[in-house]
Design a protein around this ligand. Structure first.
Ligand code: S3P
Length: 451
């Protein structure tokens, strides 16, 4: 099926039978971004295998090249980086195009902030609406000069120009929002800053930056105090090149996981999935809903815990999802909303204000799409309440606007696997930002794709 606009790529998935098979998902997006950035700041040659070759990560690679790093792709997922050294980033010759990627933008803003260079950041329509004030505030305190574009509701948005300062001023900063991107931006700025940069996070968020900074040889300590996790980084660091093996992305694994849970008779294994506790909240929640998910072969890969996940179709039951776990599964809520549509009874998911400022307003967009597919749900300011159908197929039959949001597109593609009438995604192209192999992987499990 083709949409009238030749530029868009509609998609619907259906399941002619149970999903079955053994698959892998691409490398972790958060870890891939950080591997390229830290490799580009180490002196010498770093090697990354399992790198996610999605558009977001390629935007980071292009930006690091534009600032002087030598980055070469040896083969699929196998990349080599010759770094410039901390303090060695060069003035980019043109604006850095961040595409759809908030992680690239916010982390790179941190890197530029403590170098004597300036960079202009631009992005697509989705990214250009997202709030950058959360990184502008701390990076300005460190001495960077930032001019942003005024956005809706007083937001500071892209395009923005950031002029770094060297030496920057070391900062001690308590995160006002639970955001690994803000934490990481400050720590990356701290790498080329004299003295100690300290970030306090009252609510823990993904800790890939801390793990990888320590792995590259930065002096970083983490302590637990009544006010939260205190991360202290000694600046003017010298990073040593590393060999990094990137585990599979739990945020991508979430889609085949929920697909297997909702399609009757399914039995799926997803290999090599990162289960870092700061990322693995969805598994715990789905298990609490009755999901039959078994962790096999638990091991450590490149300093990150990893397992193979075996998932069987399950009768799910609605629960109240603990809001304090939200950061450990923040990107998985759209597909959890889909799982909730197949649970018996009510699933209450709250404490999710941050979902409103992701690639789209994920609460509003999911609520609208679920309703269009015949799922009873109520949007509240900080979340969604879903009255599930107890395993019955959803009516479906709607066309869903993906709003340039990969996870909206994949979530509704999964919903369509157990719908009476096909669910069509208006434009599946954003899926390439994080999961370029999503459709072939779902086909390998037995799904049928109409493109
Ligand atoms: C990310 C952090 C999260 C997450 C994003 C990736 C990261 O964003 O939603 O997809 O790699 O640090 P926030 O820091 O805005 O919560």
């Amino acid at each position: 099926m083709r949409h009238a606009d030749a530029q868009t790529q509609p998609l619907s998935l259906t399941a002619p039978g149970p999903l079955a098979g053994d698959v892998t998902v691409p490398g972790d997006k958060s870890i891939s971004h950080r591997a390229l950035m830290l490799g580009a700041l180490a002196v010498g040659t770093s090697r990354v295998t399992g790198l996610l070759e999605g558009e977001d990560v390629l935007a980071t690679a292009a930006a690091m090249r534009a600032m002087g790093a030598d980055i070469v792709r040896n083969g699929p997922g196998d990349w080599q980086i010759n770094g410039v050294g901390v303090g060695g980033l060069l003035q980019p010759g043109q604006a850095l195009d961040m595409g759809n990627s908030g992680t690239s933008t916010r982390l790179l803003m941190g890197l530029v902030a403590s170098h004597p260079i300036s960079a202009t950041f631009v992005g697509d329509a989705s990214l250009s609406g997202r709030p950058m004030g959360r990184v502008i505030t701390p990076l300005s305190l460190m001495g960077a000069a930032i001019t942003a574009t005024p956005g809706p509701g007083g937001r500071q948005t892209l395009p923005l120009t950031l002029t770094g300062v060297c030496p920057a001023i070391p900062l001690r900063y308590t995160l006002p929002v639970a955001s690994a991107q803000v934490k990481s931006a400050i720590l990356l700025a701290g790498l080329n800053t004299p003295g100690e940069t300290v970030v306090i996070e009252p609510v823990p968020t993904r800790d890939h930056s801390e793990r990888m900074l320590a792995g590259f040889g930065a002096a970083l300590s983490v302590t637990q105090a009544p006010e939260g996790r205190i991360i202290t980084l000694r600046g003017e660091a010298e990073l040593k090149p590393q060999s990094i093996v990137v585990p599979g992305d739990p945020s991508s694994a979430a889609f085949p996981m929920v697909a297997a849970l909702i399609v009757p008779g399914s039995d799926v294994i997803i290999r090599n999935v990162g289960i870092n506790p700061t990322r693995a909240g969805l598994i715990t929640v789905l298990q609490a809903m009755g999901g039959d998910i078994t962790l096999l072969n638990e091991r450590s890969v490149g300093g990150e815990p990893v397992a193979d996940l075996q998932v069987h179709h399950s009768a799910l039951t609605g629960i109240e999802v603990p809001p304090e776990g939200a950061p450990s599964m923040i990107d998985e809520y759209p597909v959890l909303f889909v799982a909730a549509a197949f649970a018996k009874g009510r699933t209450v998911m709250r404490g999710l204000e941050e979902l409103r400022v992701k690639e789209s307003d994920r609460i509003a967009v999911m609520a609208q799409g679920l309703k269009a597919c015949g799922v009873a749900c109520e949007e509240v300011e900080d979340g969604l309440i879903v009255d599930g159908r107890g395993g019955d197929p959803v009516p479906g039959g709607a066309t869903i606007a993906a709003h340039l949001d990969h996870r909206i597109a994949m979530s509704f593609a999964v919903l369509g696997l157990n719908a009476r009438a096909p669910v069509t995604i208006d434009d599946a192209r954003p899926i390439a930002t994080s999961f370029p192999t999503f459709v072939p992987m779902m086909e390998a499990l037995g799904a049928a794709a109409q493109r």
